[in-house]
Design a protein around this ligand. Sequence first.
Ligand SMILES: [Cu+2]
Length: 232
Amino acid sequence: MSLGALAVSGCAEGFSFGAPDPVSSEGQEVLELWRGAHWAAAGVAVLIWGLVVYSVIRYRRRNDDVPSQTPENIPLEIAYTVTPLVIVAVLFAFTVLTQQQVTALSDDPDVVVDVTGFQWSWQFHYPEEGVTVVSDGVGAPRMVLPVGSSVRFRVETADVIHSFWVPRFLVKTDLIPEIDNEFEVNVVEEGEWVGRCAEFCGLEHYRMLFEVAAVPEAEYRTWLDEQRKVAA
Ligand SMILES: [Cu+2]
C-alpha cells in the first residue's frame, strides 16, 4: 500500500493518537490529517525497524575480515533519497488541503461572534443579535451556539496576545493586537465544553476560562432572549 493511500485509508478509523474527540467539522478534518500523518509515521517506523533487525541478523559479524569499505548501490541510494521526499510531499499536500478546509470562510455565516480577550477574561458579542456576554468577574463567561450552524468568530484583544481555544473544537486562533483574525467553526454535536486562553498572557492567564454550549436552534433563540432581558 502506498503511503498516500495509507494516509487516507479507512483502516485509520478508530485510533485518535491522543487527539481529543472533535465536536466541530473542522476538528474532524484536523483529526483525519493527524491520523494520516501518524499512520504514515507508523509505516515508516515498521520499515526502518524491519531493515535494522534484518541487517543486524543478516550481516552480523562472523569472522575478523573487514568488509569492503567503498561499495555503492546507486539505485538503492536514489530510492532512499526520493522516497522520503515523496513522503514529505504527500504529507505537505494533505496539510495544505486540510488547512484550506479548516480556515475557509463562508460568504454568509449563520452566526457571528465577536470575541474580545482581555486580562483576564473574555467578552462574547453577537453583533447580529445585539447580545453581549461578559464575565461577571467570578465565573467563566458562557457562550451559547446553535448546533449544526456555521459560526464566524472575529477575534481581537484589548491588551496583549491571547489565544481562543476550545480543545474539543480542535481549532484555535490567536488574538493579536492590531490584527483582525477570523475563523469559522461548525459545531456538529450538542454539548458543553471548556474553553481557555492558550497563550501565556500574564500572571493570571490561568483565569481565562470560558464555557461553550452547543444547543438546538430553538434553545439558542431562547437563550438570546434571556440575555437581552438581563441586559435590559
Ligand atoms: Cu490570555
